[in-house]
Design a protein around this ligand. Structure first.
Ligand SMILES: [Zn+2]
Length: 666
């Protein structure tokens, strides 16, 4: 049994039958069966059709949809339908609509138009979730609950009066007293000392930079406020249908929500991933997202939405070339997804997503898109046995949302060029290119299962974080501008790297961010010359640290750039290519790529359980050496492969399953 009640890998997409006359539904289920669809997401935006007036439910159409799907062997990821409040609710209670930072209350007519802190909205969602759960608790098509949709896609925060009250309640819990708040927010700066809770407001649009500590708390609160919406619905679903898994679909590497906290309430982590076909780095960015999803609960997850071809919301929406949908889908499976799901099943004829691709396009079944949908469904069935298998990584990249929020505070940092997603990618990309499996982890987690832990940036670093890193026995790498502030965004006594100072054996005297286009040379102990951009530091390593590389030229000439104390390496700069350090660290930690060294450029290699996925994102055939002595069958073709190496065509993939040796067969 897989993630849901459906065995094997899942295949399907969002299904919006309310956009079509009922006679079309018959064709839908027939074609779904033909494509091998076994799960569809239903009712995501159906609130106004299920509850067209307060407490007046019209379930008949949805009953017929679920019955029809079940009759054709298709299970349902059933949404609670709360993603867009209906017109009657927002007209009766205008305060449900969110307010932006400039104080404008946003109009109805799009989606996700709600204030997360609105008691009216929360009560209405819980009422609807209960009605849905009670209606469909016994329905045999129900495989999973899908709470709301893509939290924080549009509404990440709300600045209304109700949200301000909720923010004050949240602050009272965190800081206990007004004195505590004044101290934590450093309100003695710029004359912001508060004498009454009622004076405290969300960080609305102000004449200049807002207090970064206030902003950090606001980001924490805003993530928590949306999480409270999810948890309120989840509690009802668990009460009525305790055995049905609950999810809400995440949005890849998203700054606004602390997914470590959110994942605790998810039975199944699901992700919506839309790598841009026009972006050469799309496969690497997608791989990072997928590894995050796998790491959130350290179990298989589900790609719940992806685009069969073009999306509709970028400035230029480039379609996927032939074969790319398949390759990107197989990539998600390689990184631990237990299925491939799309937005959406049938391409819409109206609305903002009418040009968004679908499994079944406007042109119908005589199209390349439909042929590729059918072929992919067949591939997914061939890989069915992969479901449930897990990945073991020896490398962890640290990701902490508090630190991310602090790092990217506007108008108060030494540079606005340090972006956490890019910092993660700067380490993730070379690991990915080497076929090294990577987990993401929060800094406070027990890291003892890893051999190499990399903190690309830990701007906000608490004593607990530092203790966890000091207790880690393997190779540790800490990137620049780390250990700068505490949990309240206040600079550690004595400056950076604060609580990491003892571990790293260095002291940072001065930040030296580089202007765009300016590079700083860095020379390693063996004479390799590297180029650093964006960031450098004036470092004092006169303590216990060994110097692995020094700056060359400019005011930092001869000063330490990269240091090591014991097994803890500190980089005070951002080398364009960290390969010299990375390769040495991997060798020291005894880590190799899943196919050993020598993975051709453009080829992605992932091991999942006993299966070895090789994906060629390049435009030329690539020959990949296979682990010595092993013999494999390609699950996608069923063909045994010759020992030693396999050639993977451009935009193609193989999924290798070890063949038992003659002794094992006997
Ligand atoms: Zn609000």
């Amino acid at each position: 049994m897989g993630l849901t009640r459906v065995p094997g890998l899942l295949f399907g997409g969002d299904y919006n039958p309310e956009q079509w006359p009922e006679e079309v539904w018959q064709e839908d289920v027939r074609l779904m069966a033909e494509a091998g669809v076994n799960l569809v997401t239903v009712a995501v935006f159906s609130w106004s059709r299920i509850e067209p007036g307060p407490g007046a439910y019209e379930f008949g159409w949805l009953d017929r949809v679920l019955d029809l799907l079940h009759a054709h062997g298709i299970a349902v990821d059933l949404a609670t339908a709360t993603a867009t409040p209906p017109p009657w609710l927002v007209r009766a209670h205008p305060e449900v609509r969110p307010v932006d930072a400039a104080g404008t209350r946003l109009e109805f007519g799009s989606r996700q138009g709600y204030c997360p802190s609105s008691p009216v909205f929360r009560a209405a969602t819980v009422r609807l979730a209960r009605a849905m759960a009670e209606r469909y608790r016994e329905h045999p098509a129900l495989a999973m609950w899908h709470v709301s949709n893509e939290y924080a896609d549009h509404t990440t925060e709300c600045f209304c009066e109700e949200s301000a009250r909720d923010f004050r309640r949240w602050l009272t819990v965190r800081h206990r007293s007004l004195d505590g708040l004044n101290a934590a927010w450093g309100t003695s700066c710029w004359g912001q000392h508060y004498t009454d809770w009622a004076q405290v407001e969300p960080p609305r649009k102000a004449p200049g930079p807002v207090n970064p500590a206030q902003l950090l708390d606001w980001r924490r609160f805003s993530s928590d406020a949306l999480l409270a919406c999810f948890e309120a619905e989840r509690a009802v679903l668990k009460e009525v249908t305790p055995d049905v898994p609950v999810t809400t679909n995440f949005m890849s590497v998203l700054r606004d929500l602390d997914y470590w906290a959110w994942a605790e309430g998810e039975d199944v982590v699901t992700d919506d991933a839309y790598p841009d076909p026009a972006d050469p780095r799309a496969p690497v960015k997608a791989a990072l997202s997928y590894d995050l999803m796998r790491s959130l609960k350290r179990q298989p997850w589900l790609l719940l939405e992806s685009a069969p071809s073009a999306v509709s919301w970028r400035a230029v929406n480039v379609p996927k070339d032939p074969g790319v949908m398949r390759l990107h889908s197989l990539q998600a499976l390689a990184h631990g997804s237990d299925g491939v799901m799309f937005f959406q099943w049938r391409q819409a004829r109206y609305g903002p997503e009418k040009f968004h691709s679908a499994m079944l396009p406007h042109g119908g079944t005589g199209t390349r898109q439909w042929r590729e949908t059918l072929a992919l469904g067949a591939d997914v069935r061939r890989l069915s046995e992969v479901a449930g298998s897990t990945t073991r990584a020896e490398v962890a990249l640290l990701l902490d949302w508090d630190s991310w929020w602090g790092l990217e505070a506007p108008e108060s940092m030494p540079t606005d060029r340090l972006r956490l997603h890019e910092l993660l990618l700067s380490w993730y990309a070379p690991l990915h290119a080497r076929g090294v499996a990577v987990d993401l982890a929060p800094p406070g987690r027990d890291l003892s299962g890893y051999r190499l832990v990399i903190a690309p940036n830990l701007y906000l670093c608490t004593a607990a974080h530092a203790d966890a890193l000091a207790a880690f026995p393997g190779q540790l790498v800490v990137g620049p501008f780390s250990g700068v502030v505490d949990a309240a965004d206040q600079v550690h006594d004595g400056g950076a790297p604060g609580p990491l100072g003892e571990l790293l054996g260095v002291r940072v005297e001065e930040w030296r961010p580089l202007p765009d286009g300016v590079a700083q040379e860095v020379v390693t102990a063996d004479g390799t010359v590297l180029s650093a951009r964006t960031w450098t530091e004036w470092l004092d390593a006169s303590g216990a640290a060994e110097v692995l590389a020094r700056y060359r030229g400019g005011p930092l000439d001869g000063r330490p750039a990269v240091t090591r104390r014991g097994s803890a390496t500190y980089l005070s700069c951002l080398p364009e290519d960290p390969a010299p350090f990375l390769d040495e660290l991997l060798a020291t930690a005894g880590i190799t790529g899943v196919t050993g060294p020598g993975l051709p450029a453009g080829v992605e290699a992932c091991r999942r359980g006993p299966y070895l996925f090789l994906l060629n994102h390049g435009t030329e055939p690539a020959t990949v050496p296979l682990p010595e002595g092993d013999r494999f069958t390609d699950l996608l073709t069923g063909r045994p492969l010759p020992a030693g190496a396999v050639t993977v065509g451009p935009c193609d993939a193989v999924v290798l399953k070890p063949r038992p040796t003659p002794e094992e067969r006997a």
